[in-house]
Design a protein around this ligand. Sequence first.
Ligand code: 13P
Ligand code: ZN
Length: 273
Amino acid sequence: MRLLDADFAKGFIRMCNDGWEQGWHERNGGNLSYRVKPEEVEMVKEDFTPGDWQPTGIKVPGLAREYFLVTGSGKYFRNVIINPEDSMGMIELDDTGERYRIVWGLADGGRPTSELPTHLMNHEVKKMATGGAYRVIYHAHTPNIIALTFVLPLKDEVFTRELWEMATECPVVFPAGVGVVPWMVPGGREIAIETSRLMKEYDVAIWAHHGIFAAGVDFDSTFGLMHTVEKAAEILVKVLSIQKTKLQTIQPDDFRKLAKEFGVTLPEKFLYE
Ligand code: 13P
Ligand code: ZN
């Protein structure tokens, strides 16, 4: 079948458009990747025209021979829905996990996202940590989280606790918390190493003064995670805009009760007094 008729491709395109509609993808901001299931690759294989092997700039042996649907570098999320063959592509990794080739899309010399190193290293970490369950890595330029990286200390403990306090569902949606990467040059190996180090522990890595990386099993849960984190950040921005201190909030013991009721584990390092 044609790749664009497959459900996973439709889900990918819908997620790109949903992110655009949220206002998270100015110009070419943000990128998305999906680790394609072997049976999905089989389904659309007849649509492939493999290009030349290229270096990824990193080594991800844990992803050797895997296929990924990715957005293109410099491509606008706004255009994915009207011109998917140009805006996105399918890539295949070689036996060593050091090279890739485009097998579909990214027409007319397009390239995978410049954040491919971070996407692939996050995929490798998550594949290992979840027995292959996680398949989606999503990067968005979420304005409220970005705003908070100018006024909160860039510490996992502070961001996690502040976001958890903003909506009762937050600790249930991201019980492991969120990690924070200090400002770094994007698009390379170093920021990929730093981000994937955090992804061993969290599903969310905040890039100071830049945006968020989120990881999940499928498009719904990964988009939902990004949405929940950014909405909590929006509430915090509103609170801080009204006054500097909270009159009341959810307390450490409240979180412990919540954890018990909802069957989640909340690390004590976030429940400081
Ligand atoms: P790409 O257009 O290369 O995906 O880059 C966008 C971006 O958000 C970089 O961090
Ligand atoms: Zn970015």
